[in-house]
Design a protein around this ligand. Structure first.
Ligand code: PRT
Ligand code: ZN
Length: 303
């Protein structure tokens, strides 16, 4: 991004998202599901909002908090790990510079401390006097201070997981999702410092005028889109007398629509469920007498 990029105009909203990487596609897809569409600039760094005055700036994820702090962008989609680290790094007092407006349900990972498999781990006091390699020095130092542990923070910008094998550190503090990278490097996770996912971030101060209106509209649509993502329409049939044992199995469902079929005794039900409809839940429903179970995606929802 050019350093001369001007501040976001007051009558439009400008959102920074990752140009490429783990959060790039899901961020765009989520914003598109809120009815946003764009015309892309030739250099593929800027997307001009067509359906609404909401533009995108495509950047490296690490630049997003700084762009918000400088007012170049109004909002950003970034991992909580990056936002929290940079929030701590840039604070001149203890006040947060950024606000996490919504958790977005993708890019999930944990910031973990991991130690060599060979350690017999008991508790955090074992880290005292040790060297811990990380790309998250602020979050790690804050955590160590909170625990009263005196350890050395070794700052690395990448390949943190090989630091113990190279003799650069005794333990690491890094992002983990499946855990495969740790296993491949003979490390094991022992503590979680932060549960992370992609978030919509903004400055700690409120917007005014048109930007405030646009943000309200965006958040309203985002809430609807996030709710729909988690929602499924469940359809099944069951004998009427089994209803009292079936309905408690749907605690996250809205009032089901019940239709009579085959005279009085057999019912067809449809319920909008807002939680995960796992195989386990479907099997529980079947055991309780539900038949013809069908789970359908929800494309739109207007209360
Ligand atoms: O180019 P740019 O700077 O924009 O991208 P980047 O390479 O810095 O970021 P990217 O795309 O790798 O990650 C962006 C964000 O995705 C991170 O800031 C996190 O919020 C989130 N995320 C989710 C992850 C992971 N999962 C993840 N597993 N970011 C990194 N990892 C790495 C981790 O650092 C480790 O090396 O994957 C490895 C561990 O993965 P597992 O599955 O083996 O445990
Ligand atoms: Zn990055």
């Amino acid at each position: 991004m050019s350093p001369a990029t001007p501040a976001a105009p007051r009558d439009r909203l400008r959102i920074a998202i990752q140009k490429s990487g783990r959060l790039a596609e899901p961020a765009r897809a989520l914003l598109a599901s809120c009815g946003l569409s764009w015309r892309e600039s030739r250099d593929r760094l800027f997307c001009y909002g067509e359906s609404l005055p909401i533009d995108l700036l495509l950047v490296r994820d690490d630049d997003i908090p700084g762009l918000i702090a400088d007012g170049v962008c109004d909002l950003g989609v970034v991992g909580r790990n990056v936002l929290s680290e940079q929030d701590l790094a840039g604070q001149t007092d203890s006040n947060a510079r950024f606000r996490e407006l919504r958790a977005l349900g993708f890019g999930g990972c944990r910031l973990d401390i991991a130690v060599p498999d060979s350690w017999s781990w008991t508790d955090a006091s074992q880290l005292a006097g040790k060297r811990i390699a990380t790309s998250y020095p602020q979050l790690l130092s804050k955590w160590l201070a909170g625990q009263g542990i005196d350890a050395q923070v070794v700052l690395l910008s990448g390949s943190v997981e090989i630091a113990p094998r190279l003799g650069q550190a005794d333990a690491i503090c890094d992002l983990v999702s499946s855990g495969a990278t740790l296993t491949a490097n003979q490390l094991k996770p022992v503590l979680t410092l932060l549960e992370s996912e992609a978030v919509l971030a903004g400055p700690a101060v409120d917007f005014e005028g048109m930007r405030a209106e646009l943000m309200e509209l965006l958040l309203r649509r985002l809430d609807g889109a996030l709710r729909i993502r988690r929602s499924k329409l469940l359809m099944f049939q069951a004998p009427r007398e089994l209803l009292p044992s079936l309905l408690p199995l749907l605690p996250d469902a809205e009032e089901p629509t019940v239709m009579q079929i085959d005279g009085e005794e057999r019912l067809a039900l449809q319920a909008l469920c807002h939680g995960a409809l796992t195989w386990q839940r479907l099997e529980d429903l079947k055991r309780a007498g539900a038949r013809g179970l069908m789970v359908l995606p929800v494309e739109g929802l207007l209360a």
